[in-house]
Write a protein that binds this ligand. Structure first.
Ligand SMILES: O=c1ccn([C@@H]2O[C@H](COP(=O)(O)OP(=O)(O)O[C@H]3O[C@H](CO)[C@@H](O)[C@H](O)[C@H]3O)[C@@H](O)[C@H]2O)c(=O)[nH]1
Ligand SMILES: [Mn+2]
Length: 692
């Protein structure tokens, strides 16, 4: 069965001076990971043996072709390119019918990526527009389908010398003018021009460029590589030199001379009717690494002194077995594709690593130091180019920051210490357990100097609570769990605005489903999830909203529900949770200037005690609250909890109870801010308004 015809990239080399170009072209295609083979048309009579040798290490197929000159070269002088008088030689491409399709590339082209997709174009001929005359195509990159019909037609045209530029480009354009050549994107044959550069377009389409073609008399290799600089041309020139430099050290050592009677190109047997001769060692098994010299049957007989013979002694030494030939597979050292992988055209390289495979990884140790944080003596200088302006003068160390919280003003303020559960001596007897453990984290606790405990320090001593050892003694898992349960409460129970909010929504929904004449029953309380649990109070809703029926007018401010005790049944079950040792009173944590909405501490203290609810839009948290808040010590007779010892500075009981209220809330996990933020508290009002 006949083998399907092969696709190849092909170039042309007629002079040694273009060898650097041919080398860069081949290397660039291989670097780009092409799957196609590379061929070069060579004119044996004008190339040196060294050049042929190098070509053999670079190309899969070396194809000798006859030199075709233009009988009428005058037009070449119009272009100032008399050196192109043999450019018609290029038409030999059309007779390489051993190939299915050829992507031809001039020797002065560098591939920035493989152009393999061109072989899939179902057109007989394709080329990209010429930069000088875009209606014409540039003949430096072409996709063609070899066939003898076109070849002979072109041969005939060439023989007449009919070419508007005296070279192949004029000839081919004239030939394909009426044959609808397929127009390729300029990115397949981008021809930078040192004089004229359309830089904006270049910047825009740059990433699409597949091949750069250095047209004109000056070639990249004809000037020193260092002569780069700014501009499009130099940028693209740098791409050519990058490939060149990457392969500079490639070992193009002496090539093994092809042994046997067909060792020279001239000697390649090309008997009558033989479509192609195989590699000159006449072996029928083709070694992919040894370039084939292919001679077409129509090729004119070449001189028997063809320069394929290795010059000098080395070739002879190899011949005589003195020197081992180096296989070309070693000569063409593998170099991994270095071009960007074009994901829009090809699958990922099979050898590729996962993305970000080389990211550095860092493992951080958890800091187990038990030292209290010590601020460093000095910090590094701040960066100078910050948007934020660093203060010019450093505050002097003696300048203490202005106290914000009341407790900060206490002269004998103690330093906080840390105690770890593991450090504590084992608990002596279970009976010595505190009755109601401090609701802090079960495994560690922060305690302050007991002198500072202005709520229960005296009583704490009496009941053994003031001793840090007692307070922080290790707890059994069971006790810890119980303690945890006591301290973790549902915000639905503790934050009235949540319940109110939900009730407002539910109310609205119920109303929707009810008939209009069915009166709304006010006071249906939405129970929190915990409300259905036995043994728990139903809800901690402290405000009530009149229904639309009760409501005289809008807007309505919430009115507190009076309850006998704030903590309800819970307090009775577990007793009030004792205050942590030495922690400043919660009242002292309220920043008078900023922390408590518009209600300052003095406002609070001066508020009437048993007044009916006093609400204003700006002071939602009313003194009336305090009338419903009582402490466990006051209301739970018979518990073994310590009674609050009067502190040195007499504290207004109203202030204290309010502070306790807040303390309880914050210690039980409800955010203090949500209760003191008028906007949050007033939110349900807006919801109920909507019901109207
Ligand atoms: O001394 C030479 C001259 C040319 N070539 C080969 O012929 C090609 C064409 O010559 P080149 O110098 O590249 O021509 P350009 O400057 O590219 O000029 C334009 O005009 C030429 C003549 O029409 C066309 O062949 C080109 O494709 C077209 O780009 C080269 O790339 C080589 O492959 C040689 O091998 N040795
Ligand atoms: Mn060219």
């Amino acid at each position: 069965m006949a083998q399907p015809l092969e696709d190849v990239y092909c170039t042309l080399l007629m002079s040694d001076s273009y060898l650097p170009g041919a080398a860069v072209l081949a290397n660039s295609l291989r670097d780009a990971g092409t799957t196609k083979k590379l061929a070069v048309l060579i004119t044996l009579e004008t190339l040196s043996a060294e050049t042929i040798t190098k070509l053999k290490s670079l190309y899969d197929y070396l194809i000798p072709v006859p030199h075709i000159s233009n009988p009428n070269p005058s037009n070449l002088y119009l272009m100032g390119r008399p050196d192109l008088s043999f450019a018609f030689t290029k038409i030999a491409l059309w007779r390489q019918v051993q190939f299915r399709k050829i992507v031809y590339m001039d020797a002065d082209v560098v591939a920035l990526r493989a152009l393999d997709e061109l072989f899939n174009l179902d057109v007989p001929f394709a080329a990209a527009p010429d930069v000088g005359w875009p209606d014409a195509f540039n003949s430096g990159v072409m996709l063609l389908t070899p066939n003898m019909g076109d070849y002979w037609a072109l041969q005939t045209l060439a023989a007449t010398g009919d070419s508007f530029d005296g070279a192949d480009q004029g000839l081919l354009n004239q030939y394909y003018e009426n044959r609808n050549w397929h127009r390729l994107s300029f990115t397949y044959n981008t021809t930078p021009n040192a004089q004229y550069q359309w830089e904006p377009a270049y910047r825009y389409y740059k990433s699409n460029i597949s091949a750069v073609h250095f047209i004109g008399k000056d070639k990249p290799w004809s000037r020193p590589s260092g002569s780069g600089g700014p501009g499009v041309y130099n940028e693209l020139l740098a791409r050519w030199w990058a490939v060149h430099d990457r392969h500079k050290s490639d070992a193009y050592g002496p090539q093994p001379r092809l042994s046997g009677p067909t060792a020279t190109a001239a000697g390649v047997s090309h008997g009558e009717g033989e479509a192609t001769s195989t590699s000159s060692n006449t072996s029928s098994t083709h070694n992919a690494n040894v370039p084939e010299i292919i001679v077409h049957p129509d090729a004119p007989p070449t001189s028997t002194e063809a320069p394929l013979t290795e010059p000098g002694d080395l070739a002879e030494n190899i011949d005589q077995g003195i020197v081992e030939p180096t296989p070309t597979v070693e000569l063409r050292k593998f170099s991994a594709p270095q071009m960007e992988w074009d994901a829009t055209r090809f699958e990922p390289p099979t050898e590729s690593k996962p993305e970000a495979a080389n990211f550095p990884s860092e493992v951080y140790e958890f800091n187990e130091s038990r030292e209290l944080f010590q601020a460093p003596h000095a910090y590094p200088e701040p960066p100078k180019d910050m948007w934020y302006e660093v203060p010019q003068t450093k505050p002097t160390p003696s300048e203490k920051p202005r106290p914000i919280f009341p407790w900060e003003q206490q002269p004998d303020r103690p330093k906080a210490t840390r105690i770890f559960a593991e450090d504590l001596p084992p608990e002596p007897t279970p009976a010595a357990q505190p009755i109601a453990p401090i609701p802090t984290h079960p495994f560690s606790t922060v305690h302050y100097d007991e002198n500072n405990a202005n709520t229960n320090n005296g009583q704490g001593e009496a009941s053994g609570l003031s001793s840090p050892e007692r307070v922080t003694s290790p707890k059994t898992a069971d006790e810890s769990w119980q303690e945890f349960q006591q301290t973790s409460v549902n915000a639905w129970d503790n934050v009235p605005s949540i319940a109110n909010y939900v009730r407002a929504i539910m109310d609205a929904q119920t109303r929707k489903t009810k008939t209009f004449n069915e009166p709304h029953s006010p006071g249906t309380e939405i129970l929190s999830p915990s409300a259905v649990r036995p043994g728990r109070r139903e809800s901690l809703i402290i405000t009530d909203f009149p229904s639309a029926v009760d409501r005289p007018s809008l807007p309505v401010t919430p009115a507190p529900i009076r309850r006998p005790t704030f903590w309800g049944e819970e307090r009775d079950e577990a007793g009030e949770l004792p205050v942590a040792e030495g922690v400043p009173d919660q009242a002292d944590w309220v920043c008078p200037q900023c922390g408590f909405s518009s209600l300052s501490e003095s406002d609070f203290k001066s508020a009437p005690r048993q007044s009916s609810p006093v609400f204003t839009s700006s002071a939602i948290v009313p003194p009336a609250f305090t009338t419903t808040i009582t402490t466990a010590a006051e209301t739970t007779p018979g518990t073994s909890l310590p009674k609050a010892k009067p502190s040195k500075t007499p504290i207004d009981p109203l202030t204290a109870s309010f502070a306790r209220y807040k303390e309880g809330i914050s210690r039980r996990g409800a955010p203090l801010a949500s209760l003191t933020d008028p906007s949050l508290l007033s939110h349900p009002t807006h919801i109920t308004d909507l019901q109207a």
